[in-house]
Write a protein that binds this ligand. Structure first.
Ligand SMILES: C[C@@](CO)(OP(=O)(O)O)[C@H](O)COP(=O)(O)OP(=O)(O)OC[C@H]1O[C@@H](n2ccc(N)nc2=O)[C@H](O)[C@@H]1O
Ligand SMILES: Nc1ncnc2c1ncn2[C@@H]1O[C@H](COP(=O)(O)OP(=O)(O)O)[C@@H](O)[C@H]1O
Length: 297
C-alpha cells in the first residue's frame, strides 16, 4: 500500500519569548500559519520490518537522524508495530530556514502512517507523540493558523488571515537556532509582539492590523548574525510589502502583500539578490483563489 502526505512550511506572524525555563528552553508564545510551500512524503509498505528513508535533498540526513525516520520509529515503538515502511521525502521547503520543514516532515509521517497502518489515532494523540520529536511538530500535525505556547505543545486554533500573498526569501547563509536563543536576553527585549492584539485582529479579519502587529523577538538577533535579513526586509518594503518579518529563528524573511501584481514584481526583483524566493498563499486561503503559487525559484 502507498500513501502520500503534504508537509507544508509554517511562518510566524508573531514570536515572543517570555522567559528562560529550568530545562534550558524558552517559554514561547507564537502565532503561526501554514503556507502552500510543501514537501511531499511518500510512504510505501514493504515486506521487511526495516524503516528505509531517502530524500531528494542532500541537505537533510538520509538515515535515522532524519526527523521523518524518528517519527516513524517512535510511532512504531509506542504502538507496538513491527511493520516496515519506505519513506521518500520530496524536499521543496528550504532547510534550516525557520520554516519548520523537518518538523512538518515528521508530522506528515505521523499522519500518513496513522492511515497506512490503520491506527485510528486522533490528531491530538499524534501531536502528543510528535512533541517528543521536536517543539514545532505538534503544531505541524494540525497546521493552518494557531497560537502555540510553552515549547509549542499548547495549541489554540485561530482564524487564517484574510487572503493575501506571502513572498518568502531565504538568504544563502543559515543560522543555528541554538546560537540565536543563546544570544537572546529576555529581560533586555525592547519590542515584543502584542500577541493578544494579533489574535483579535485575526478574529476581526483586519489585514492592516495583522501586518502592523507582526513581530518576532529573535529578529534583531538573527539580523545581527546574518545581515542579509535586514537587506531583504528593506528591499521587500521598497517593493511594496504591507508587512515584513523574519520567520522563527530565521533566516527566512517573508512579506505579506495584498496585490498579486506586487507579489510578482517583488519575486522578480528579489531573485537576483537571493536564490530561494517563493510567492505562495496561506493554506486556509487556498480555495479563495484559482492561482496559488506564482513562482518556486
Ligand atoms: C524557533 C522555533 C519557532 O517555531 O523554530 P524554527 O522555526 O526557527 O525552527 C522553534 O521553537 C525551535 O524549536 P526546536 O525545534 O526545539 O529548536 P531546536 O533546534 O531543537 O533548539 C536548539 C536550541 O535552541 C534553544 N531553544 C529552542 C527552543 C526554545 N523554545 N527555547 C530555546 O532556548 C535550546 O537551547 C535548544 O537546545
Ligand atoms: N526531514 C528533514 N527535513 C529538514 N531538516 C531535517 C530533516 N530531518 C532532520 N533535519 C535536520 O534538522 C535541522 C533543522 O531543519 P529544518 O526543520 O529545515 O529547520 P527549521 O525548523 O529552522 O526550518 C537541519 O539541520 C536538518 O539537517
Amino acid at each position: 500500500m502507498f500513501i502520500s502526505e503534504k508537509a507544508p512550511a509554517k511562518i510566524n506572524l508573531t514570536l515572543d519569548a517570555l522567559y528562560k525555563r529550568a530545562d534550558g528552553y524558552h517559554e514561547l508564545e507564537m502565532v503561526m500559519t501554514s503556507v502552500d510551500l510543501a514537501d511531499r512524503i511518500d510512504l510505501l509498505s514493504i515486506p521487511s520490518s526495516a524503516i528505509l528513508l531517502e530524500s531528494s535533498s542532500g541537505l537533510v540526513p538520509q538515515d535515522e537522524k532524519n526527523l521523518a525516520y524518528m517519527a516513524a520509529n517512535l510511532l512504531r515503538k509506542k504502538m507496538g508495530i513491527r511493520r516496515g515502511v519506505a519513506i521518500r521525502i520530496d524536499k521543496k521547503v528550504p532547510v534550516a530556514a525557520g520554516l519548520a520543514g523537518g518538523s512538518s516532515d515528521a508530522a506528515a509521517t505521523l499522519r500518513g502512517l496513522n492511515r497506512l497502518w490503520g491506527l485510528g489515532l486522533s490528531l491530538r494523540e499524534l501531536a502528543e507523540i510528535g512533541s517528543e520529536i521536536g517543539s514545532d511538530v505538534p503544531y505541524c500535525v494540525y497546521g493552518n493558523t494557531a497560537l502555540a505556547k510553552g515549547r509549542g505543545e499548547r495549541l489554540q486554533v485561530l482564524p487564517t488571515p484574510p487572503a493575501c500573498w506571502v513572498v518568502l526569501a531565504k538568504p544563502t547563509q543559515g543560522v543555528s537556532t541554538a546560537d540565536v536563543f543563546g544570544a537572546l536576553k529576555v529581560d533586555k527585549v525592547k519590542r515584543r509582539p502584542k500577541t493578544s492584539q494579533m489574535i483579535d485582529a485575526l478574529y476581526r479579519q483586519d489585514y492592516g492590523a495583522i501586518t502592523r502587529l507582526m513581530g518576532n523577538v529573535l529578529e534583531p538577533i538573527t539580523m545581527h548574525m546574518e545581515p542579509d535579513v535586514r537587506k531583504l526586509k528593506e528591499k521587500m518594503y521598497q517593493f511594496g510589502a504591507d508587512g515584513v518579518l523574519m520567520s522563527g529563528s530565521g533566516p527566512t524573511v517573508f512579506a505579506l502583500v495584498d496585490r498579486e501584481s506586487r507579489a510578482k514584481r517583488m519575486v522578480n526583483s528579489l531573485k537576483g539578490f537571493c536564490p530561494q524566493v517563493f510567492a505562495v498563499r496561506m493554506l486556509g486561503n487556498l480555495n479563495k483563489t484559482k492561482q496559488n503559487v506564482i513562482v518556486q525559484a
